[in-house]
Design a protein around this ligand. Structure first.
Ligand SMILES: C[S@@+](CC[C@H](N)C(=O)[O-])C[C@H]1O[C@@H](n2cnc3c(N)ncnc32)[C@H](O)[C@@H]1O
Length: 221
């Protein structure tokens, strides 16, 4: 069992909001805006890495991708499966991003949304993404930025790294992202401020709050 599995299960277990996702009702525009282009290129196989309760994978399944969602929370995956029940082209697997079970070059596209903030071994994981992508495959990935209002809160455990209500959180600079993404060709980086609704009692943001993230569109060389 992954060491954070119970922590994340608790988030999904305790969520009582009216919307289907703990995180936000709709999929993230930066990702879905690229969907038609990716389909136009003839790409079909997509991995939603750390898919949570499924808002992004649902959107990609609706676009017709063969979509696989992975997460360490069994409860999140159960909710995601229910959300995608009308889309047999969406499937799910419980596994950590640190140790994926898929063969090399299994995917045309990988999306990873609101997960990197919680990943200590980010280089290992982006390296795994590089291995899992086919040649010229695309990575769409969000990095919560050092400009996010939550950067600096909680117990400091490293450079822009904190423990907040039991959750490990890190905040990225553009220089750091460019280094982490060194194996990829960065096509664009968007710097976006946005608000999120509260995420329930199991997570550390109960009320509507603001975020700042860098959204990266990159290609495997
Ligand atoms: C903030 S949620 C975002 C969920 C989803 N990507 C979204 O944007 O709606 C972070 C998700 O990452 C998952 N997660 C955290 N660490 C992980 C890891 N090491 N491997 C796989 N999933 C992980 C959590 O279980 C949780 O569902």
């Amino acid at each position: 069992m992954h060491k954070d599995e119970k922590l994340w299960d608790k988030v999904y277990d305790e969520f009582r909001g009216e919307r289907s996702s703990v995180w936000r009702e709709t999929a993230t525009p930066f990702f879905t805006q690229k969907a038609e282009y990716l389909r136009h290129l003839g790409l079909r196989k997509i991995l939603d890495a750390g898919c949570g309760d499924g808002r992004n994978i649902l959107a990609f399944a609706k676009y017709g991708f063969n979509a696989t969602g992975t997460d360490i929370s069994g409860l999140a995956l159960k909710k995601a499966e229910e959300l995608c029940r009308n889309y047999p082209n969406a499937e799910f697997k419980k596994e950590p991003l640190e140790k994926p079970s898929f063969k090399r070059e299994s995917f045309d596209v990988i999306v990873c949304d609101f997960v990197t903030a919680h990943l200590k071994e980010i280089e290992l994981i982006t390296n795994n993404f590089h291995k899992l992508l086919k040649k010229n495959g695309y990575l769409l990935i969000e990095f919560t930025s050092y400009k996010d209002p939550h950067c600096g809160k909680g117990k400091k455990i490293g450079e822009r790294e904190f423990l907040q209500k039991g959750f490990y959180l890190r905040f990225y600079t553009i220089n750091q992202i460019e280094k982490i993404m060194g194996k990829f060709r960065i096509l664009c980086i968007d710097s976006i401020s946005y608000t999120d609704p509260g995420h329930g009692t199991g997570y550390n943001r109960k009320k509507r709050h603001q975020h700042h993230s860098y959204f990266v569109f990159a290609q495997k060389n």
